[in-house]
Write a protein that binds this ligand. Structure first.
Ligand SMILES: [Cu+2]
Length: 127
């Protein structure tokens, strides 16, 4: 009976550490950060964009992932709250209303497949 006890304890320890191993596991479950975007961060554009695209380095949840563009005055110039194109899990897009010259801020907020939240902001300029 005393010999069985350590084995039982080991099982409990393994069970306690399993969730940690899972979270630190394959890159597929890493939280999501932008890899690149179109237009790129800080771009100076002659032609106003009609679509903003951000590519992430991990899968993102459609319901909890948002992309919004605002003018310097805070007016929302994007349509809706962003969408993930069909067949993709790592791309977030939003269409824009027609915009004139000025600075525009792109706000992104995503939940990765691992449940972790990341967000950020960058700008582009229309000349
Ligand atoms: Cu994560």
């Amino acid at each position: 009976m005393n010999r069985d006890l350590p084995r039982h304890r080991i099982r409990i320890i393994v069970a306690l550490f399993l969730p940690v191993v899972y979270l630190a596991g394959p890159p597929v479950f890493a939280h999501a950060f932008p890899e690149r975007s179109d237009p790129h961060v800080g771009a100076r554009l002659k032609v106003p964009p009609r679509l903003i695209t951000i590519w992430f380095d991990a899968g993102i949840e459609p319901v909890f992932s948002h992309l919004i563009v605002r003018s310097r005055q805070g007016q929302k110039v994007s349509i809706g709250n962003g969408f993930i194109p069909k067949g993709s899990h790592t791309i977030l897009e939003t269409r824009l209303r027609p915009i004139g010259p000025g600075v525009y801020f792109v706000y992104w907020s995503v939940i990765a497949f691992d449940g972790h939240h990341t967000e950020g902001r960058w700008y582009f300029r229309v000349r």
